[in-house]
Design a protein around this ligand. Structure first.
Ligand SMILES: CSC[C@@H](O)[C@@H](O)C(=O)COP(=O)(O)O
Length: 355
């Protein structure tokens, strides 16, 4: 059992404790944050990362903001929380979970109709706890739904990091692998190292080690060779946003992996909590793709590896078109192409569940 918590509310300090993902695997280090500005910076700087994890972190960020307010006025605290919302919403653009979690916080707190500061702060903390709890349940449900398609002996290729640290626990795509392993399936994972931040080589490999799951790190460019020469049963990846036509935004390199999978006839599955379906996005073309600093590519651990002055284009995500996706695995089951109608139905049923 992993002995770490990705995200933890410290009730005595009214603060959020995050596992610092920039330090793994060298160190298991936590940061304690009691200012919303620091929480937003932790999201931007990827101290915490992974779509569900940043959603839940932002949710707790609102609770932190409510305690940061020094006046004992409900109205001033609500203004502080509204300001915090704007800061958190702008911390990373691609994962829809961030905005979804913030919207959920407001809806859930409003349903409580808190009339005192004490009740308002408590409602925020309770709503964030609920989102955190639900995240774990959703991930387990995704993993169990996938058992139907995971063979008794299963070899996966996995991209980026979608595990317990990218969520509150279990993970989405990595949760599928974990639950298959726990269910007694014989599992092996080829772990895309995932340039430039090495979420695979640093984080996924570390998580799989803790879980005792057989795996080998490969460079991103090796997936074609691996699919050609090894027997790969399926690719599983996570996602940051699902458009209504089934296009999916995920870590840069996911699209390449999907193309290679198509070329080799390897099924390509996306693990997606229903909260990642974005009704505002008709297709992947409208999804905002975050661009990150050049230094992520030109430097490794602070050491320059590119020529001085080299220009860089560093999109952090790409969009995999629906026609390359074999299925989307959600907490309510696996959906298959064409995705449009099923995505609409799933999204609406999820809305009703949260009313
Ligand atoms: C369960 S995590 C799903 C996605 O957020 C994950 O695949 C991913 O692309 C993470 O990107 P990152 O830039 O590391 O936050």
């Amino acid at each position: 059992m992993p002995a770490y918590k990705s995200i933890e509310w410290l009730e005595d300090q009214k603060a959020l404790r995050l596992l610092d993902q920039t330090k793994i695997p060298a160190e298991l280090k936590y940061v304690t944050l009691s200012r919303v500005e620091d929480i937003a910076a932790a999201i931007t700087d990827m101290v915490v990362r992974g779509a569900p994890a940043i959603g839940v972190t932002a949710a707790y960020g609102l609770a932190v903001a409510a305690w940061q307010e020094e006046s004992d006025l409900l109205s001033a605290t609500m203004t502080r929380v509204a300001d915090a919302d704007a800061i958190l919403r702008a911390s990373r653009p691609t994962a829809v979970n961030l905005c979804w979690a913030l919207d959920q916080m407001h809806n859930r707190v409003a349903r409580q109709q808190p009339t005192s500061l004490v009740a308002y702060r408590a409602a925020l903390v309770d709503a964030a706890h609920a989102l955190a709890r639900e995240d774990v349940e959703i991930n387990k449900a995704i993993g169990h739904a996938a058992l139907d398609i995971v063979p008794q002996e299963a070899t996966f290729i996995h991209h980026c990091n979608t595990g317990g640290i990218a969520t509150v626990d279990y993970g989405t795509a990595l949760g599928i692998i974990r639950i298959a392993h726990e269910a007694g399936r014989k599992v092996h994972v080829y772990v895309d190292e995932t340039r430039p931040r090495l979420q695979g080589g640093r984080l996924t490999s570390w998580e799989l080690q803790q879980l005792g799951i057989s795996h080998q790190i490969i460079v991103d460019g090796a997936s074609g060779f691996v699919m050609k020469n090894k027997s790969v049963d399926m690719c599983v990846v996570g996602c940051d946003r699902v458009a209504m036509n089934g296009d999916v935004a995920n870590k840069i390199g996911t699209y390449n992996l999907a193309l290679v999978a198509k070329a080799h006839g390897v099924p390509f599955f996306v693990a997606a909590p229903i909260s990642t379906i974005d009704p505002e996005m008709p297709s992947g073309d409208q999804i905002e793709i975050e661009e990150r600093p050049a230094s992520e590519i030109t430097e490794i651990d602070g050491v320059k590896v590119a020529p001085e002055g080299a220009e860089v284009f560093n999109p952090a995500f790409d969009v995999t078109p629906a026609h390359l996706i074999s299925g989307i695995i959600t907490e309510k089951g696996i959906i298959y192409p064409p995705f449009d109608e099923t995505l609409k139905t799933l999204f609406l049923s999820n809305e009703q569940d949260h009313e």
